[in-house]
Design a protein around this ligand. Sequence first.
Ligand code: KIV
Ligand code: ZN
Length: 511
Amino acid sequence: MENRIYIFDTTLRDGEQSPGCSMNIEEKLRLARQLQLLCVDVIEAGFPIASVGDFEAVKLISEKIKKCTIAALARTVKLDIDRAWEAIQGAVKSRIHLFLATSDLHLKYKLKKSREQVLQDAVWAVKYAKSLCQEVEFSCEDASRTDIDYLCTVVEATIDAGASIVNLPDTVGYAIPDEYGAMFRMVRERVPNINKAILSSHCHNDLGLAVANSIAAIQNGVRQVECTLNGIGERAGNASLEEIAMAIKTRHEKLGFKTNIDTEEIYKSSKLLSSLTGMMVQRNKAIVGANAFAHEAGIHQDGVLKSPITYEIMTPQSVGIKHTMLVLGKHSGRHALKQRYAELGYKLSDDELQHAYKLFCEIADQKKEVFDEDLEAILETGTSETEEVYHLLNIQIVSGTNLRPTATIELQQGDQTIVDSATGDGPVDASYKAIERITGVVGKLTEYSIKSVSLGHDAIGEVFVRVEFDGVQYNGRAASTDILAGSARAYLEALNRALASKKRKEGQQKK
Ligand code: KIV
Ligand code: ZN
């Protein structure tokens, strides 16, 4: 049996649909490009019937991403399948991913259908999807709680109907490893045509077992693993891609499998996802957390200095962490900056370098040492391709324990400079109110987070905001040593996005 494990990334579907992880179309494409660099085999780009936005994103990703298979999710109904196919037909390699629940629990309470009806629906849908798309995957939702005899019947029938990948999810994160592995072993033993399909796992992390379950599945014949970056996903999340890829690589001698993942792209991928969604990973997160390669205990530090393998089972470099502590300062030039970015794995265009250098100079003016983390945060500031209708020129805040905070904001709009002031519940609120007065656009702040990206009291603060304009959510982010200026810039980025999207829509209506 082949020892290659195919990585099916569902960050843009199962991950993105979870609370706090939504991305706009431009952000989804950026992430898909990074997933391509990471060399995942399949990108599940979305669920096209769910919304026009989802459909457009899947379509765009299908047109732009050439090296990975693009999958679109669909229920077993014609409307879903047609819409999924419409979205992915432009892809070099496309796949329709069908799902239907098979557990008695779901049949009784959710679908209100008999086993026979579900079997018929599944077979019909696979045949129909196959008449449109070369590659069809069928998922038995809630497989881990499905009667094994019935599960084998559905698997056999859907393979006969044309499914070449059969996925058996632990939808509710209920299984434990030997049980989940045994389910695949039994399916392989009992289903006569099983060799005509690739078996796939899809695990949720409700009991914290998603990665362990995925590994158990691989040890029992699974050759495709469905997972997400940083383990984002419904409820407690999905199996984490980086943990699975590094477990397979680090324990190759024990497991004997390999993936195509370029593990040196892992850290960058994780960072990009966090900065796009504002969903940070905890410091002690395996592989990509800030402490994952930090040794604090004296005995450990001593051991690592003598020989890293005493306490390090994999190197930071193998997942793409290339940080040195101190790098650049205010005397560093554009060339040094470009060089350092290249060492960190970022190839900057002239425009990107110009933008980064401008921010770098502002930051280097305010703090002595600019760390690699700061450089990464700079890249995430104002890098969206959105036109900047309003640009922050100045911000002045008056605030104190017994003072009502007042913000004065100076914005540039084209050739015009506009200044106004407002008071608010806090300095951030006051500055957002002042922006509202200048622009006349009212937004509702639905999320605000701030995090220090490097060390010291002069560290850069990275601000992430989500703001609702006309019922639609827009993200904004900015990095600055001045957290109030950063907060204003992040808000303006979301506002500029909303204005750009309004302009796009108006343009389309005129056509
Ligand atoms: O968890 C699940 O069962 C799913 C299916 C749609 C594959 O996400
Ligand atoms: Zn799922």
